[in-house]
Write a protein that binds this ligand. Structure first.
Ligand SMILES: [Fe+2]
Ligand SMILES: [Fe+2]
Length: 214
């Protein structure tokens, strides 16, 4: 069967559709179940619930951004092969998005009010990285994933000890993100210059601090 080719404008509209589904609806997911589904709910006091929900809100916002980053990257990727390789990773980010959203709901809180901003900002960053060329944009994805792994390690330390449900979700996400980094490097990603890495860390710091509260 002949693969359908999309014009740049088609891709822009597909992206707008994905963005709306990511922020407000149900984006396409993989066949995997929520790892917390088989985990028993433990008793959390109001303070611990609030802390856990805020941390999970930050992770949910990060997944919104990850989704946009992959979309932006796909929008400008030159090699169709690169797009295909990153597609599975993008779908796994949707799993993460749903798992985090479900957990936030169970903890009685809301997702970040700034999700549309995280999405559009990351879409632009992903598209710019894509314009720089596949090896740079894949390097950008790999570095992002490495930073997310370190961020998740920090959150695993900060989660209230009894919150097993959030913990198993973050553990699975951490495993997936490390795998996404490897996939991006194997697809041809290159190591980014240190100042770019620093700027990326600073940008994500602004996002994580803001999403904790808003
Ligand atoms: Fe993720
Ligand atoms: Fe990832």
């Amino acid at each position: 069967m002949r693969a359908r080719t999309y014009s740049f404008l088609d891709s822009v509209f597909i992206n707008i559709d994905h963005g709306i589904r990511t922020v407000f609806g149900k984006p396409p997911v993989t066949e995997r179940d929520n790892p917390a589904a088989t985990c028993n709910e433990t008793q959390l006091d109001e303070h611990d619930k609030r802390i856990a929900a805020r941390l999970m809100r930050v992770n949910h916002a990060g997944e919104v951004a990850a989704q946009a980053l992959y979309e932006g990257q796909a929008l400008t990727a030159r090699l169709p092969d690169v797009r295909d390789k990153m597609e599975r990773a993008a779908m796994e980010e949707n799993d993460h998005l749903n798992w985090c959203a479900q957990r936030i709901q169970e903890l009685g809180q809301r997702t970040s009010l700034l999700n549309p901003l995280w999405y559009t900002g990351s879409l632009a960053i992903g598209a710019i990285a894509g314009i720089a060329g596949d090896k740079w944009s894949l390097g950008f994805v790999a570095e992002t994933e490495h930073q997310v792994v370190r961020h998740l390690e920090d959150h695993l330390q900060r989660l209230p000890v009894q919150d097993n449900k959030s913990r198993v979700i973050l553990h699975q996400m951490k495993e997936d993100e490390a795998h996404h980094a490897t996939t991006a490097l194997e697809a041809g990603g290159t190591e980014l210059p240190p100042p770019v890495k620093k700027l990326m860390a600073l940008t994500s710091r602004v996002m994580t601090l803001t999403a904790y509260w808003i």
